[in-house]
Design a binder for this molecule. Structure first.
Ligand code: ZN
Length: 128
């Protein structure tokens, strides 16, 4: 995958702490929950005859690159709501992982190369 770099398992307090947080955030999902009001298909439904539509929850999600929807039974709404919130928390944790791992690595391994060292070299060269 990354030429010249052998993959290895790292010992990382950051990774361990994040994994601990992740286990408390399950189940999780990506998508969105919406409340819609639609007429039903029952012939002669009094509510629909009055023009009252039926409230229903829909879960919208992407499957194979296509936007899809499924009806959500009322008793599943709180479960899916929590799973969606967990999904957002997990996403934030994942976005934070890269910088956190790099900061941890830098704290253990003071820079030998990179902008900070180049700036230092440039300033010492400028003096001589
Ligand atoms: Zn109806």
């Amino acid at each position: 995958m990354f030429r010249g770099v052998k993959p290895k398992n790292i010992r990382s307090a950051v990774a361990d702490r994040t994994l601990e947080k992740l286990t408390g955030l399950w189940p999780a999902l990506k998508g969105s929950l919406a409340l819609v009001h639609k007429p039903c298909a029952r012939p002669g439904c009094p509510a629909c005859a009055r023009g009252d539509k039926h409230p229903n929850h829909l879960l919208a999600f992407t499957e194979g690159g296509k936007r899809r929807c499924m009806y959500v039974p009322a008793e599943m709404v709180p479960v899916l709501g929590r799973a969606l919130a967990n999904g957002r928390r997990i996403e934030r944790l994942l976005y934070g992982m890269g910088p956190a791992l790099l900061r941890e690595h830098r704290a253990r391994n003071p820079a030998q190369t990179g902008p900070a060292v180049r700036a230092k070299r440039k300033s010492t060269r400028a003096k001589s």
